[in-house]
Design a protein around this ligand. Structure first.
Ligand SMILES: Nc1ncnc2c1ncn2[C@@H]1O[C@H](COP(=O)(O)OP(=O)(O)OP(=O)(O)O)[C@@H](O)[C@H]1O
Ligand SMILES: [Mg+2]
Length: 597
């Protein structure tokens, strides 16, 4: 039941084109049947010639020419049908693979961001791209072959017994034995093997991508083989599967090949025995002719069984491919509210929020409560890993809380429609990624219908004018291409331009000045001010100078808020914030001192 359902699920992706797959299969089957006719024709040619030779006059072989032409005709027709079959199957296969990719891509954009930190991009790319490719390969090539392989044995059986059943059985026994070995290779443990093998391949792919990304770090720190421990482990795991399979198949594959190529071991002795038993010239000749037919026909059987085996192997791979793509499609997107509610205003509150990342026991946030009234700015500070980014990410629902509530305009974010929530919030990430596209499109990502002038205004407000003027094609320069790369600080300013263009009422800035140097920082600060005017702002910063004027500062430690208040009141409390501030002042003085020298 399940076996069929994978194939039919595969077909479903072809949409209207699935009938092309079926047509392809029928034509491939017909082509297979036709491909046997030339052998019969050749047999007739040989019989004609043999009769003429025996009669002593070669001119008696009057039909040979016609038979030969028939052989050519059938061959051409068979090839033609196969060609059309492949055209049909390819058209359907391309559609299937592209629909699979589209379905997966459309689906993953709906998944919570958390899914992507659990599933590295290398693995996702492999799952979607390679498995769609595998399905395409199977539908385009192996499925027509497989139909041929099913039709052929029937035709072979008919043919084999039309000539001499004794010699026919001699042909059939090796086929049956090779079939038995083939089942051994594909059945039992080996059926489940493909799943494990694919998983190992995916994990190797993921580690390879991670490894290549990490090469700069590896180089700088002069690391050695240990730095790609995970990659090495993934390769070893893959090796285990690949060589394990090879070892398992050692005996059956040898048996398969020996049986398939050993037809003559049976055919010749049996032909000899039959020949020794017959009397009379005519029947002697008949047996010889039949024997000749089987000699001609044996290679066809060998090719057929090889095709069946290959197609069978591909069938296993294609089934597993469908399952793997569907594992992505079955991931649940964040639940969308049935009857969405409208936020009252643009305030943000976290109420007794606790949260652990999926698969982790540790609470990244532990009973966190704070409010950001409309138009106010709240700053989060604290040590690395204290949960600041986590708190920020819960507001646009990158994840859903485990306990407590995140409210926007007094409505739980889970009850606000996704579109509404996204429209309300602009987020500047800790590490901004620009698309490999023009600056214009990069900024416009925030609001696709913005005009060029609006983009330019946002860019100017984000202090990007000088970047744009420096680039060869201004706003139309493609970044990440042909040596045009932006620095971390410049990237951040582009991200700020995006956020300014979006003009959302709630702004979340995660560590937006992390990359900035003194010059940059001043510019980013100015961009900030433009961006945050009259907005509800949550900002996270390590540089305390940027948070000094916030309406409230929350000090995070190990997922909890340990202090809260204004800059002034926190200094008076003389706790963690005051000590952070003193450290910060020292570091600034140290920097200034160095610069003065
Ligand atoms: N995607 C993730 N999966 C699992 N754990 C995570 C993930 N992201 C963060 N964490 C963990 O959650 C905790 C809080 O991380 P968070 O990123 O919120 O810290 P942060 O205060 O923003 O630190 P930083 O100042 O370095 O940016 C850390 O212990 C971190 O290891
Ligand atoms: Mg962070």
């Amino acid at each position: 039941m399940k076996k069929d359902s994978e194939i039919s699920r595969m077909f479903a992706y072809a949409g209207k084109r699935h009938w092309l797959t079926i047509l392809g299969m029928i034509l491939a089957g017909l082509s297979t049947v036709l491909s046997m006719f030339p052998f019969i024709c050749i047999w007739f040619v040989v019989r004609d010639l043999l009769n003429a030779i025996v009669a002593g006059d070669i001119n008696l072989a009057t039909h040979s020419g016609a038979y030969a032409w028939w052989a050519v005709g059938f061959s051409v027709l068979s090839i033609l049908l196969y060609f059309i079959a492949l055209c049909c199957s390819h058209l359907a296969a391309f559609r299937t693979a592209s629909n699979m990719r589209k379905a997966a891509i459309h689906h993953i954009v709906k998944l919570p961001l958390g899914y992507f930190s659990q599933n590295a991009s290398g693995r996702l790319r492999k799952i979607i791209d390679d498995n769609a490719g595998l399905t395409e390969e199977f539908l385009a090539h192996q499925l027509p072959d497989l139909t041929g392989a099913v039709v052929m044995p029937v035709a072979v059986l008919v043919l084999i017994f039309t000539f001499d059943w004794r010699l026919g059985i001699c042909c059939l026994i090796p086929l049956a034995v090779s079939f038995f070995f083939m089942k051994q290779m594909m059945g039992g443990d080996n059926a489940g093997f493909m799943e494990g093998y694919m998983a190992a391949l995916e994990s190797m792919n993921k580690e390879a991508v991670e490894y290549i990304r990490g090469i700069p770090v590896v180089k700088v720190f002069q690391q050695t083989v240990f730095s790609f421990k995970n990659f090495h482990k993934a390769i070893e795991e893959y090796k285990k599967y690949a060589s394990g399979y090879a070892l398992k198949c050692r005996v059956p594959l040898t048996g398969f090949n020996v049986a398939l190529n050993g037809t003559f071991v049976l055919l010749i002795p049996v032909a000899c025995i039959i020949l020794s038993a017959v009397t009379g010239k005519a029947s002697y000749q008949d047996v010889l002719l039949d024997f000749l037919f089987y000699c001609l026909f044996t290679p066809v059987c060998t090719t057929m069984m090889n095709r069946v085996m290959f197609a069978g192997e591909q069938l296993m791979a294609a089934k597993s491919a469908v399952n793997r793509i569907e594992s992505v499609l079955n991931e649940q997107p964040l639940a969308e509210a049935g009857s969405p509610r409208q936020p009252k205003d643009d305030s943000v509150s976290l109420v007794n929020v606790s949260f652990s990342y999926p698969g982790s026991d540790k609470k990244a946030l532990d009973n966190v409560t704070f409010d950001i009234p409309v138009g106010k700015t709240v700053a989060l500070v604290g040590a690395s890993g204290s949960g600041k980014s986590t708190a920020a990410q819960l507001i646009p629902r990158f994840y859903d809380v485990n306990e407590g509530q995140v409210l926007v305009g007094d409505v739980d974010v889970r009850q606000i429609s996704k579109q509404e929530l996204m429209n309300k919030i602009a987020f500047v990430f800790q590490n901004t990624q620009l698309f490999k596209d023009t600056l214009l499109e990069n900024i416009r990502a925030a609001r696709p219908n913005a005009t060029r002038e609006e983009v330019m205004r946002a860019a100017e407000a984000a202090q990007c004018k000088e970047i744009i003027e420096r680039l060869p094609n201004g706003l139309d320069t493609v970044v990440g291409n042909g040596g045009t790369y932006l620095s971390g600080g410049e990237n951040q300013r582009i991200a700020l331009a995006r956020a300014i263009l979006k003009d959302a009422p709630i702004i979340v800035l995660d560590e937006a000045t992390a990359f900035a140097d003194a010059e940059n920082e001043h510019q980013i600060q100015m961009a900030f001010e433009k961006l945050t005017q009259k907005k509800t702002v949550l900002m996270i910063a390590h540089r305390l100078s940027t948070v000094e004027y916030a309406d409230e500062i929350l000090v995070f430690d190990d997922g909890r808020i340990i202090e809260r208040g204004t800059h002034k009141s926190l200094l008076e409390q003389n706790g963690r914030y005051a000590s952070m501030w003193r450290d910060y002042q020292t570091s600034v003085k140290w920097k200034v001192g160095k610069e003065v020298k």
